[in-house]
Design a protein around this ligand. Structure first.
Ligand code: GLY
Length: 352
């Protein structure tokens, strides 16, 4: 088992090992004084892994309850958050009891925000089941729900007590979702590790999963420890996300998050090359790696529509937005961009 320690406002461990789900109870028990655990999950994931997780928790002395939410980003709503809180209250859960998020990013965000706010905070453990959640959303304490169709508009930072990453759970992940996770993996490589990028060029992600998970999680841990509350360096993790979130919004979630991040990364690489910031050859390597991983690289929306969607971006401050721009594979910088110049970046990135 690989273990990565995170020292943020709360310190916690991230364990990575195949078959870890079975040991969840014994790993969680010492961290929780209460005796009850609510396992929050989407319907599909609960059918696959809900019972094995509940059994593992019960073997360690927990009384378990399942809570299923509707799957999909469009269900990460205030109404579903409220429903979960009402359920916790109905069950008379206390602050020392436990919420486990068993699922992908939607489940982690929804359950995490409920855990952070119910009775001002209860114990929270993440058991990510998607590649995207394993390498990104389960680490670092971001929780949120959407407001109308705007992403992550209401939420808070709330670090979990533990993260259990079991790559065996990826075997049942639909192929499209797996590819979405690959986009986040490639993001880490472009962001800060040229050797890692070359490693991804040599061998498919699925053939080196544990090593890939450990590298991505360690990179995220380092950034979160230096900038937990997203005031500076953590914004680098938004590589591909500013344009990507706009694509996601314009598509009304028909384009999945990871696909949108891939399109966003391709767009910013094209724009950076057009502006002479990124060498053309490095742009081509980024586009090729995305493409080889089955990810989209072309944008179907107009610069004007994307620009309007970007006005809702949380990273906007006044009349400027911070774009994360690659200078080399393995090195990116934050470029404060006036809204008036954004359409130019979008057009150079390939928007119509
Ligand atoms: N997913 C970006 C972050 O955690 O900051």
């Amino acid at each position: 088992m690989k273990t990565i320690e995170v020292h943020a406002s709360r310190s916690y461990s991230i364990h990575i090992a195949s078959g870890l789900l079975d040991s969840a109870g014994e790993l969680i028990r010492p961290l929780v004084s209460g005796s009850r655990a609510v396992v929050v999950s989407g319907e599909h994931v609960f059918r696959l892994y809900g019972m094995p997780l509940c059994s593992a928790l019960e073997r360690a002395g927990f009384q378990t309850l399942g809570y299923m939410h509707r799957s999909g980003e469009q269900n990460k709503t205030f109404a579903n958050y409220e429903r979960l809180l009402e359920r916790l209250s109905f069950l008379d859960m206390g602050r020392s009891d436990l919420i486990v998020a068993l699922g992908g990013g939607v489940t982690g965000d929804l359950a995490g925000f409920a855990a952070a706010t119910y009775q001002r905070g209860m114990r929270f453990v993440q058991v990510p089941t998607s590649l995207l959640a394993m390498v990104d959303s389960s680490v670092g304490g971001k929780t949120a729900v959407n407001l109308n169709s705007w992403k992550n508009q209401v939420g808070c930072f709330y670090q979990p007590a533990l993260v259990l990453c079991d790559p065996a759970l990826l075997r049942t992940l639909p192929e499209r979702e797996y590819r979405c996770g690959c986009a986040e993996v490639i993001k880490y490589a472009v962001l800060g590790d040229a050797d890692f990028f070359a490693m991804l060029e040599r061998k498919p992600i699925s053939a080196q999963e544990e090593e890939v998970l450990a590298r991505c999680i360690a990179m995220k841990r380092d950034i979160v420890e230096r900038d937990e509350f997203d005031c500076g360096e953590r914004q680098l993790l938004n590589l591909g996300h500013s344009f990507g979130h706009a694509v996601e919004s314009c598509s009304r979630n028909a384009v999945a998050h990871g696909e949108a991040v891939a399109i966003g990364m391709a767009m910013i690489a094209r724009a950076a090359a057009a502006k002479g910031i990124l060498p053309d050859a490095e742009r081509d390597r980024i586009l090729a790696l995305l493409y080889e991983n089955g990810l989209p690289v072309d944008c179907a929306y107009s610069a004007d529509a994307l620009w309007r969607a970007m006005l809702k971006d949380k990273k906007r401050s006044g009349d400027a937005i911070n774009l994360i721009v690659p200078e080399r594979i393995g090195r990116c910088r934050i470029v404060k961009t006036p809204l008036a110049e954004l359409e130019d970046w979008l057009r150079l990135g390939g928007a119509s």
